[in-house]
Design a binder for this molecule. Structure first.
Ligand SMILES: CC(=O)SCCNC(=O)CCNC(=O)[C@H](O)C(C)(C)COP(=O)(O)OP(=O)(O)OC[C@H]1O[C@@H](n2cnc3c(N)ncnc32)[C@H](O)[C@@H]1OP(=O)(O)O
Length: 437
């Protein structure tokens, strides 16, 4: 094991996560239909500030992300500052790391606190799969630019006349890898096949995720972490995530047809995260600042790590690469961790990562380590369910996982948590969290 790297300010103060909040997560084109990500972000940040009771003028910086970019508001972080009545002098910038975007936002705020350039920040992310930047074909885009430059009407008509009917069709953003063209679901299929993950194993994991998430809601374990959100046309309030199945049987899962490889596949709608709308944010500060303000943090950031692998095969194995790095930096092993929350992009991806955690061969050949990362103890793994049930508004998921894990650690009397996610581009993120004493 390498030497631990303490995450502290120059004065030795730890990086505190003081509070966290999210909107309920809603399936695409349901409760948040028509609400852009920036508005979801504003909702959650306003409510987080109100809940924490601190004066928003003391927030030095807001770092936020959005995976599906809206061209009219490219710096979502700054729009949130300007749209929530925060001080106009609150610095704000946006980050993008695909499905690990809010992990990156948290890492940025942590690094700025450590460097001493800020002492209080908000980090988070929001995404909408219902309000999308629907584009135009490359041919139409090029023609529109040329038409703008044309001097006469006949030049303009001539340019338009070259277009084919199909060039006029709108182009929605793809949930696919830019460099390979593979959909995320295609990679999940590849991982299921390469790692021998069966259809039944995937169905069982998804069913477990829904059962545990449903129970978490029923038992009030998410109280205080999820705000009630007004939904258009602003007569109703959404209180809970609407993707979770409160009554389902494994037989229902078995009936579904594969969603990506329709002939030979095993990945279905139930074993994939649904396209989702939502936002999540955390309030962070140095431990000393939290103490000075009389605040009791939820916990501290003990370490974090990002990793990157190739995109052609096993592209969603990020957790198996990032976790050992984060553990090393915290001076810990997997056995020390009381709770693990691994982002469930797909059941197949989650199960492949779990297999690799315990594989000596993977450790030797891919990580250059003698020992496997460790066996997953199911009593500590995604104990309140995961993204398959809650849904996955891409940029919000990391902040959801961090807040949920810290609350659950506190409730159970645990000390250390691991949150980890895969992300497009072959990226992986892992964060070790520690509850406040
Ligand atoms: C790093 C990362 O995170 S990568 C991951 C990034 N995210 C993605 O790639 C998104 C992947 N997901 C998707 O693209 C979409 O959700 C899809 C293509 C898988 C499915 O989309 P849709 O077909 O619109 O899903 P839909 O919600 O309608 O479900 C299809 C059917 O499955 C059923 N179903 C879905 N979940 C369940 C479940 N848990 N239990 C039982 N049935 C279910 C639905 O009821 C529906 O049945 P019906 O046709 O009888 O109405």
């Amino acid at each position: 094991m390498n030497k631990a790297i303490p995450l502290v300010t120059r004065e030795g103060s730890r990086i505190a996560i003081v509070d966290g909040l999210r909107t309920p997560f809603a399936k695409q084109a349901t409760a948040f239909h028509g609400v852009p990500a920036v508005d979801l972000g504003k909702m959650v940040v306003s409510e987080l500030l109100a809940k924490s009771g601190i004066d928003s003028a003391i927030i030095d910086q807001l770092v936020f992300g959005q995976v599906v970019q809206m061209p009219e508001a490219p710096n979502i972080a700054r729009e949130i500052v300007l749209g929530t009545g925060m001080s106009v002098s609150t610095d704000a910038y946006s980050v993008s790391r695909a499905c690990a975007t809010s992990f990156q936002a948290v890492a940025n705020v942590a690094e700025s606190i450590m460097a001493g350039t800020i002492s209080i920040g908000i980090a988070g992310g929001a995404d909408s799969s219902s309000v999308l930047p629907i584009g135009v074909s490359k041919a139409l885009a090029r023609t529109l630019v040329d038409v703008n430059k044309a001097r006469t009407l006949s030049q303009r008509l001539s340019l338009f006349s070259k277009l084919k009917l199909r060039d006029l069709l709108p182009v929605p953003p793809a949930v696919a890898e830019y460099s390979t063209g593979l959909r995320m679901g295609d990679t999940a299929e590849q991982m299921a096949k390469s790692h021998g993950i069966t259809r039944l194993q995937q169905d069982e994991l998804a069913h477990r995720s829904h059962q545990l998430a449903a129970k978490a809601w029923e038992d009030g374990l998410l109280d205080g972490q999820v705000m009630a959100a007004h939904v258009p046309p602003y007569k109703d309030v959404l209180q809970k995530d609407n993707n979770i199945r409160f009554n389902s049987s494994i037989e229902q899962y078995a009936k579904l047809r594969p969603a990506f490889d329709r002939k030979h596949g095993t990945v279905t709608a139930a074993t994939s995260t649904p396209l989702t709308d939502g936002a999540a944010a955390v309030l962070m500060m140095s431990e000393s600042r939290a103490l000075a303000l009389g605040l009791r943090p939820l916990g501290y950031l003990r370490s974090f790590a990002f990793a990157a692998i190739d995109v052609w095969e096993d592209m969603l194995l990020g957790p198996a690469y990032a976790t050992p790095l984060a553990l090393d930096r915290a001076g810990l092993t997997l056995q020390d961790i009381d709770l693990i929350d691994m982002h469930e992009a797909f059941a197949a991806q989650t199960l492949a990562n779990i297999k690799m955690f315990s594989s000596q061969q993977f450790a030797k050949e891919k990580l250059g380590r003698e020992q496997a990362i460790g066996e997953i103890d199911w009593n500590r793994f995604n104990v309140l369910g995961g993204s398959l049930a809650y849904g996955h508004p891409f940029a919000a998921t990391g902040a959801r996982m961090i807040t949920q894990t810290l609350h659950e650690l506190r409730r159970r009397g645990g000390k250390l948590g691991l949150t980890t996610a895969c992300a497009a581009g072959g990226l992986g993120a892992a964060m070790i969290l520690e509850v406040a004493e």
